[in-house]
Design a protein around this ligand. Sequence first.
Ligand code: NI
Length: 178
Amino acid sequence: MAVKEILLFPRDEDKLRKKSKKVKKIDAPIQKLIKDLKDTLLANPGAGLAAPQIGVHKRVVVVRFGQDTGEMEPPRALINPVILEEGPLGKGFDGCLSLPRISTWDTLRPTWLRFQAQDEQGQTFEMTVEGIDSILVHHEVDHLDGVLFLDRLPDDGQLYIAIQTEDGPKLVPLDMIK
Ligand code: NI
């Protein structure tokens, strides 16, 4: 079990903005990286995590599909993910473990997409995802290119911050960190 520290925006922006390199061989260090990513994701309230978020600039992400079914799948690794085809853009929910407590419903991402990746055994596969799973894959692939969800927010986009109140957690508009 190795839960890693997640890099934060804006403190670690230089590392979060760096592009990640393609994985050439799925060897022991990559298997260890995947395990660390899964352990770290499972220890945090998120559906996806990219290697650069723990300071490793390799094209590996872990995702948990099925957020909107009420039962999230266990994390699975996508190695060298490439988006092959995208549907029309739509506004949707976005949040990021590197920007804790910040969220929006306004980022523009494809409503569905088809991608290719390698699995942990090195097998290349293709998959089509839609809705929240499409947002998730698009968000994680963005991390590998140094793109943060703030970059996908239109000019009139609204950010919210979760604060603790006497009545429990509450989302408050954040004006404006862009
Ligand atoms: Ni993120």
